[in-house]
Design a protein around this ligand. Structure first.
Ligand SMILES: [Zn+2]
Length: 410
C-alpha cells in the first residue's frame, strides 16, 4: 500500500490520507485566515471519512466537482455533521477563494453518500473497510482498510477515557500498519471527574453569588458534553449557536452516544435560545450558565454575550477547551482583553479555562499503541509528531512521522 499524506502531517487541520491514488481517508480544512486545504485535490475512486470535525471533513464537497462522483462512506452522524459544516462554510466564505466548493457540490454530496455503522465491513475502491468506535465525538471512527494482503489502521481522532457524551475506544483491531493521531502527545490531562468537579464548583459559586457564566463551547461534541454536565448537576442553563442544531440532530442517533436517555434529559433541561426580541441581552442577568459558540470566541452568539457580561467581576467566562494562538479566547486568557466583534475589550469578569478534551493524552496514546508493539506506526495530526515518533522509537517501536506530501509504502 502506498500511503500519501496530503494534509495533517506534522500539523493539525486539513487531514487527508490517500491510499494507492485510489482511496481517500478524510479531506479536511485548516481554520486560519485564510483557511488552508490539503496540498492537492486528488481524484479518488472512493472516500472514507473518520469523523465530522472541520479538520477532517471541511473540504469534502470539492471532491464532487466536474464529472467526479466518488462514493463517500461515513457513519450517519458524520454525514450529518459534514453537511452542517459545509453549509456553514458556504455561509461564511461562499463565492470566495476561501470556499473551494459551491452549493451544487454540497447537494451532490447527498447523492454519493453511503452510511455505515460500526463493525459493519463494506467495500470501497476495492478495499474492505470497517469502522470502529473511536470515542472522540458521536459517529467518530477508527478506519481499518484491508486490501487482502495488508491491513492499515487509521486511528482518526480518538479518546481512551469515557466522556459523558461518548464512551472511550475499546477497539484494537489487528493491523499491519497504524496511522496514529498525536494531538496531545506531550500533555497529561487531569482525570475528567476532577476537571468536571472544578468546573461545577466554579459555576455553582458564581450563580449563588448572583452572577452569570458564559461557557464558550465548540458546537460539535463539547456543547452537548456541557449540557450533560449541567443536567447532571442541576445547573440552570441556556444553549445557543450551532450547538443547538447539532444537539437536536444527535438525538436522532441514540446508538452513537453513550447514554441516549441522558442526552434527552440534557436537551429538555437546557433552554434553547431563539435570539428573538433581544432575548440574548435579557438572559445575561438570569443567573444561569449560557453554553454558546464559538469555542474560541471568534464568532457566534458569544459576540453578544461577552460584551454584556464582561464589566461585572461577579460574572465568569469558562473556556472549555484548548485555545489556538491568535484567537480571542487565547488573548482573553493571557491578557484579560480580547477583540470581540471587531472591538478590543477589557474584561473584568473572571476568566477560567477547563480541559474537557476529546482526545487521548500521552498516557492514552501509549496505552492504545501498546496493542501495536510489533506494528509500524506512522504519527500524524499533531504539532510535535516527530518528537512523539522519536519517543516511540526509544520504546522499541518502528515509528516515523511522515512529512506533508510524503508517500510511505506499508
Ligand atoms: Zn476531531
Amino acid at each position: 500500500m502506498d500511503v500519501q499524506f496530503l494534509g495533517g502531517a506534522g500539523e493539525i487541520g486539513r487531514s487527508a490520507v490517500l491510499i494507492d491514488e485510489s482511496l481517500l481517508l478524510d479531506f479536511g480544512m485548516l481554520t486560519d485566515s485564510p483557511p488552508q486545504f490539503p496540498v492537492r485535490t486528488p481524484s479518488p475512486d472512493a472516500v472514507v471519512v473518520s469523523h465530522g470535525h472541520l479538520d477532517h471533513v471541511g473540504t469534502i464537497p470539492a471532491l464532487v466537482s466536474g464529472d467526479a462522483r466518488p462514493p463517500i462512506h461515513w457513519t450517519p452522524p458524520t454525514y450529518e455533521l459534514a453537511m452542517t459544516l459545509a453549509r456553514d462554510t458556504l455561509k461564511l466564505h461562499g463565492g470566495t477563494v476561501n470556499c473551494p466548493f459551491t452549493e451544487t457540490n454540497v447537494r451532490r454530496v447527498t447523492q454519493v453518500s453511503e452510511t455505515h455503522g460500526y463493525r459493519e465491513s463494506f467495500e470501497a475502491a476495492g478495499y474492505e473497510v470497517t469502522f470502529y468506535n473511536a470515542g472522540h465525538i458521536p459517529g467518530s471512527a477508527h478506519v481499518l482498510v484491508d486490501d487482502g494482503d495488508t491491513r492499515l489502521l487509521y486511528t482518526g481522532d480518538f479518546h481512551t477515557d469515557d466522556q459523558r457524551l461518548v464512551s472511550g475506544t475499546t477497539a484494537r483491531p489487528d493491523a499491519d500498519a497504524v496511522i496514529c493521531e498525536s494531538t496531545y502527545s506531550d500533555v497529561d490531562h487531569d482525570p475528567r471527574d476532577t476537571v468536571e468537579g472544578r468546573f461545577v464548583e466554579s459555576v455553582e459559586t458564581t450563580l449563588w453569588e448572583g452572577g452569570t457564566v458564559v461557557v464558550p463551547a465548540f458546537a460539535i461534541g463539547r456543547t452537548q458534553e456541557m449540557l450533560l454536565i449541567c443536567e447532571a448537576h442541576d445547573i440552570p442553563c441556556y444553549v445557543d449557536g450551532m450547538g443547538k442544531q447539532v444537539t437536536e440532530m444527535l438525538g436522532q442517533y441514540p446508538e452513537f452516544v453513550r447514554d441516549a436517555d441522558a442526552l434527552q434529559r440534557a436537551k429538555s433541561h437546557a433552554r434553547f435560545v431563539t435570539g428573538k426580541d433581544g432575548q440574548r441581552k435579557r438572559i445575561t442577568d438570569q443567573k444561569a450558565a449560557i453554553v454558546t459558540t464559538s469555542g474560541m470566541l471568534s464568532g457566534g452568539p458569544a459576540m453578544t454575550y461577552i460584551p454584556e457580561i464582561r464589566g461585572n467581576p461577579m460574572n465568569r467566562i469558562t473556556m472549555t477547551g484548548y485555545q489556538v494562538e491568535g484567537t480571542p479566547g487565547r488573548d482573553l486568557i493571557e491578557t484579560g482583553r480580547a477583540e470581540i466583534d471587531g472591538r478590543i475589550m477589557p474584561v473584568s469578569a473572571r476568566v477560567e479555562q477547563y480541559d474537557f478534551s476529546a482526545h487521548a493524552d500521552r498516557d492514552g496514546l501509549l496505552e492504545y499503541l501498546d496493542s501495536y508493539r510489533d506494528t509500524p506506526v506512522l504519527v500524524n495530526h499533531g504539532d510535535r509528531c516527530e518528537a512523539f515518533a522519536a519517543t516511540l522509537r526509544e520504546d522499541g517501536y518502528d515509528a516515523a512521522a511522515p512529512e506533508l506530501g510524503a508517500t510511505v509504502t506499508v
